[in-house]
Ligand binder design. Structure first.
Ligand SMILES: Cc1cc2nc3c(=O)[nH]c(=O)nc-3n(C[C@H](O)[C@H](O)[C@H](O)COP(=O)(O)OP(=O)(O)OC[C@H]3O[C@@H](n4cnc5c(N)ncnc54)[C@H](O)[C@@H]3O)c2cc1C
Length: 409
C-alpha cells in the first residue's frame, strides 16, 4: 500500500478520467499525486462499460483538438511496452443518409481542416471495400477519418497508471473518500476509510458520484447520469478487429467489431436519467436492466444496412450511467468558491475518448497563469455562481443525449 498520509494533489476516482488526469499531471512533472479509488480495481464502474470509440470529427475546433490530443496520447502510449493501451487506429466511416446530413458533413470537414485533422470523402465503392458487409446503397456521402479508432477502456486506464506510476504517482484502490476537509474556504485534506490524507488540492473525478463530492464542499453542480447501452452479438462471418468504426447518425447508431463479433450502440429517442440526490454517496448508481425494446430498436434501425444483424444472437449487453451537463460541456477546472477544489467531470459520453484531452485541460486550468478561453469556459463557476434548478438541468441534459447525433449537435 502506498503512503496515504499526504500528497500535494489527491484525485478522487480511478475511472478513465481520473487516470487520464493522473497521466497528464505526471506528464507535466507533477508527481506528488495520490489517486484514490474505492472499488478494488481501476476503471471498474462507468469506464468498464464504454464501447471505447475514439472519434475526432466534431462540430467545433476546440472539441476536435481535444480529441486529437487524446489520439496523439494513445499513439504515444502505444509505444510503451509497460503501458500499452491496445489502441486500434482502424479509422472511421461516417455515413450520411439525407441531404441535410451531407451539408453537415461538409461543415464538419471544414472544422476538421481548420483543426489540422485529416479527413476525406470516399465514394461508396471505396467505403464498401473498407466494410464489405455493409450495404451502402442508400448512403449519400461517406466521411472518412483515418486516424480514428477504438480501444478497451480498462487497458487505457492501465496504460495511464503504468506511465504515471513509473514517475512517482501513487494509486490506492479499495480506498473510499468519505469527506473532503475544507478549512477557511480551502481544501486541507480528505478523510477515507483508511484514514486521513493531508493535501492542498483535490481533483473530483468521481463520475456519477462527482455530484456528491462537490456537494460535500457546498458546491451544487448539474452532473446528470443518463443511461446508455449497447449490445455485442455472437461471432459473425466476416467480422474482424481491423474494420473501421462506423457511425450512421441519421439512424442514431454506431458500430464496430468486437474481436469477431459486432458491437452496436445508439442514442435513445426517449432517454432515462437519474438524480444523484436519490442515491447516497456510499452506494453505486441504481442498477440497470437491459432495455430490450431499445436494443431491438438499434437492431431494426441497422437492418437496412446490415440485414444479418436480425439473425445474430446477442451475446452481451453493456450499460451504465455516463454523466451529462445541461449545456453539453465538460465541467473542468478549479472552483473560485473553494480554493484547491478542481473538477474533472460531466463528460457527456466522451470520458474515455476525451480522457487525455480532459486531463490536459485540467492541468492547464490548474497551472497556467492564463488558461485558454475555452478551458476557462469549462469552469464549474458557471453553475455555482448562477441560479439553476435540477428539473430543468436534468431535462436539458436528457435532450442533449437524445439529440447527440442530430444535425448540428
Ligand atoms: C454503454 C456505454 C458506452 C460508452 N461508450 C463510450 C465510448 O465509446 N467512448 C467514450 O469516450 N465514452 C463512452 N462512454 C462514456 C464513458 O464511459 C464515460 O464518459 C467515462 O467512463 C467517464 O469516466 P469517469 O472516470 O468520469 O467515470 P467512472 O468510470 O465512473 O469513474 C469514476 C470512479 O470514481 C470512483 N468513486 C466514486 N466515488 C468515490 C469516492 N467517494 N472515493 C473514491 N472513489 C470514488 C468510482 O468507483 C469510479 O471508479 C460510454 C458509456 C457507457 C455507459
Amino acid at each position: 500500500m502506498p503512503n496515504l498520509d499526504d500528497a500535494q494533489i489527491v484525485i478522487i476516482g480511478g475511472g478513465a478520467v481520473g487516470c487520464g488526469v493522473a497521466y497528464s499531471l505526471a506528464a507535466a512533472g507533477k508527481t506528488d499525486v495520490l489517486l484514490l479509488e474505492r472499488e478494488p480495481a481501476l476503471a471498474a464502474v462507468t469506464s468498464a462499460e464504454a464501447a471505447g470509440l475514439v472519434g475526432q470529427v466534431r462540430s467545433s475546433v476546440e472539441r476536435t483538438r481535444l480529441a486529437m490530443w487524446s489520439v496523439e496520447t494513445f499513439s504515444e502510449l502505444q509505444q510503451h511496452d509497460e503501458a500499452n493501451p491496445a489502441w486500434r487506429q482502424v479509422g472511421s466511416l461516417r455515413l450520411a443518409l439525407t441531404d441535410e446530413r451531407v451539408d453537415e458533413f461538409n461543415r464538419l470537414a471544414a472544422v476538421a481542416e481548420q483543426s489540422g485533422l485529416e479527413v476525406s470523402f470516399l465514394s461508396n465503392d471505396a467505403a464498401q471495400e473498407k466494410w464489405p458487409l455493409l450495404s451502402f446503397d442508400r448512403v449519400k456521402s461517406v466521411l472518412w477519418c483515418p486516424s480514428d479508432g477504438y480501444l478497451q477502456p480498462t487497458d487505457l486506464a492501465m496504460a495511464y497508471r503504468a506511465f504515471a506510476k513509473a514517475r512517482g504517482v501513487r494509486f490506492a484502490t479499495g480506498t473510499q473518500v468519505e469527506r473532503v476537509v475544507v478549512e477557511n474556504g480551502r481544501v486541507v485534506g480528505v478523510e477515507t476509510n483508511r484514514g486521513a490524507v493531508a493535501c492542498s488540492t483535490v481533483v473530483n473525478a468521481a463520475g456519477a458520484h462527482a455530484y456528491h463530492i462537490a456537494q460535500s464542499v457546498g458546491l451544487r453542480l448539474p452532473i446528470v447520469p443518463v443511461r446508455h447501452e449497447y449490445f455485442i452479438t455472437v461471432p459473425a462471418d466476416g467480422m474482424t478487429p481491423d474494420l473501421p468504426v462506423v457511425r450512421i447518425p441519421d439512424a442514431t447508431l454506431y458500430l464496430r467489431a468486437e474481436v469477431n463479433s459486432l458491437l452496436v450502440g445508439g442514442w435513445e429517442p426517449a432517454s432515462l436519467s437519474c438524480d444523484p440526490g436519490d442515491f447516497s454517496p456510499d452506494e453505486l448508481a441504481p442498477p440497470i436492466e437491459p432495455d430490450w425494446e431499445v436494443l431491438d430498436g438499434f437492431s431494426r434501425q441497422l437492418a437496412p444496412y446490415f440485414p444479418q444483424v436480425r439473425e445474430l444472437g446477442i451475446r452481451s449487453v453493456q450499460k451504465g450511467w455516463p454523466t451529462f451537463t445541461p449545456d453539453g460541456r465538460f465541467i473542468v477546472g478549479p472552483s473560485r468558491q473553494v480554493q484547491g477544489f478542481v473538477m474533472a467531470g460531466g463528460c457527456n459520453a466522451h470520458g474515455v475518448s476525451g480522457s487525455a484531452g480532459i486531463g490536459r485541460h485540467v492541468v492547464e486550468s490548474m497551472f497556467d497563469a492564463e488558461p485558454s478561453k475555452y478551458v476557462k469556459s469549462l469552469s464549474p463557476d458557471r453553475f455555482t455562481e448562477t441560479d439553476w434548478d435540477w428539473e430543468t438541468a436534468e431535462r436539458q441534459a436528457r435532450t442533449l443525449y437524445e439529440s447527440y447525433y442530430h444535425v448540428g449537435h
